[in-house]
Design a protein around this ligand. Structure first.
Ligand code: AMP
Length: 367
């Protein structure tokens, strides 16, 4: 069986590495073969909207999936010609549009930030009146890792915010002075079997994920996150892995966004769970039974961003797992990650505290 994947980044590479032992083949589609997945699997190179190439991907694949979100839903739907696509494009379309995403949360009674749609200078002013200050103006589409966002602290920021982002459809939402951020990752098969990983606690700097601690033990939050996850999985008749990111504000969850794919905050599952998110995504879309999502011990995952540190001194750390995506260094770019796994949460956190200053002096690890 061949799994076709649009996007050949590190997520695609980790999917293939998880799927090969199951006897599956992979075919990737990306702009260049010089990509993490392109180095380990066959790849069709072309622009993401190239329907001829997408049709070839569909013809040579038994099921099509994707490892990133900024692809054309229309082109993929037209080119698929009956080849199954998982996760469903309906979920991808919602994840691509922050306004559709917020409305979906509302419809499913999943608490989220207050928001208003913005399509003119005047509507931004009205949105600020309605939602309040401070707030965040975000592009509805093509935003990731905090890109395409402008924080407004006073009405004087309306003009510069509009000048910075006004050329695209926008969303204005309240700025949430959250206590911290968490995510939940789940997986659903075509038969409706669902597996859920434990809660992840995520630490961002400049909008980019730096550190995940998992499992994050917060039973009430975990139950609320699971409820939201089940609602979304059922709503989309979902197949594959789905991630929801939340703010924790006044002890409650506010949904921030969904990712219809394997997620950076689940990288720890490679060494820290009975079955990784990558293997379970592949199992689900290939029509295989799920593997257990239970954690093995307590993990910390640290992203390696911008420049790749020399592996040598880190590999000397007991039980540290190193992942180098072999990407060109660039400011703010995710180049790799490392994971440690310990038998208790306090030992895991102590190790993370010890490692972090070597990578992110600016990241203070609050309890
Ligand atoms: P996003 O691209 O929406 O995930 O935003 C990236 C990061 O910006 C989030 O992980 C938060 O740390 C921060 N952020 C986004 N929206 C808000 C908000 N409404 N209030 C406070 N912080 C936010």
């Amino acid at each position: 069986m061949t799994i076709g994947i649009v996007g050949a980044g590190q997520l695609g590479q980790m999917l293939a590495l998880a799927g090969y032992p199951l006897g599956l083949d992979f075919l990737f589609f990306d702009r260049s073969a010089d990509t993490p997945a392109g180095r380990i699997a066959p790849l069709l190179a072309g622009e993401f909207h190239d329907e001829t190439l997408l049709a070839e991907l569909a013809r040579r694949s038994d099921v099509i999936s994707f490892d990133w979100e900024n692809i054309s839903v229309g082109a993929l739907r037209r080119a698929a010609h009956g080849t199954r696509i998982a996760p469903p494009l309906s979920a991808l379309a919602v994840a691509q549009d922050r306004l559709a995403e917020k409305r979906c949360f509302e419809r499913l009674s999943i608490p989220t930030t207050r928001f208003a749609s913005v399509d003119s200078r005047a509507s931004l002013s009205r949105a600020v009146d309605r939602v309040g200050l401070p707030g965040v103006l975000k592009t509805r589409r093509f935003g990731y890792d905090g890109k395409g966002q402008y924080v407004l602290r006073s009405r004087a920021d309306i003009e510069p915010a509009w000048d910075a982002l006004g050329s695209a459809p926008l969303l204005y939402e309240e700025f949430v002075p959250f206590e911290y951020e968490v995510s939940i990752i789940g997986v659903r098969t075509r038969a409706g079997e669902i597996g859920v990983y434990p809660l992840n606690r995520n630490y961002h700097v400049d909008g980019i994920l730096r550190l995940t601690l998992a499992p994050w033990i917060a039973p009430a939050l975990a139950r609320a996150a699971q409820r939201a996850l089940h609602k979304l999985l059922e709503h989309f008749n979902y197949v594959g892995v789905l991630t929801i990111e939340f703010f924790v504000h006044r002890g409650r969850l506010l949904a921030n966004e969904i990712a219809p794919r394997v997620h950076n905050s689940g990288h720890w599952t490679i060494e820290g769970a009975v079955t990784s998110q990558f293997e379970n995504h592949v199992r689900a879309i290939a029509g295989l039974p799920l593997g257990a999502t239970a954690p093995r011990g307590h993990s910390a995952m640290i992203n390696l961003i911008g420049t790749m540190p020399a592996a040598h001194s880190f590999l000397a750390e007991p039980g540290l797992h190193w992942h180098d995506y072999r990407k060109e260094p660039r400011h703010g770019r995710k180049l790799g990650h490392c994971t440690i796994n310990e038998s208790t949460a306090s030992r895991r956190t102590a190790r993370a505290k010890q490692l972090l200053p070597r990578l992110y002096p600016q990241l203070a690890l609050r309890p």
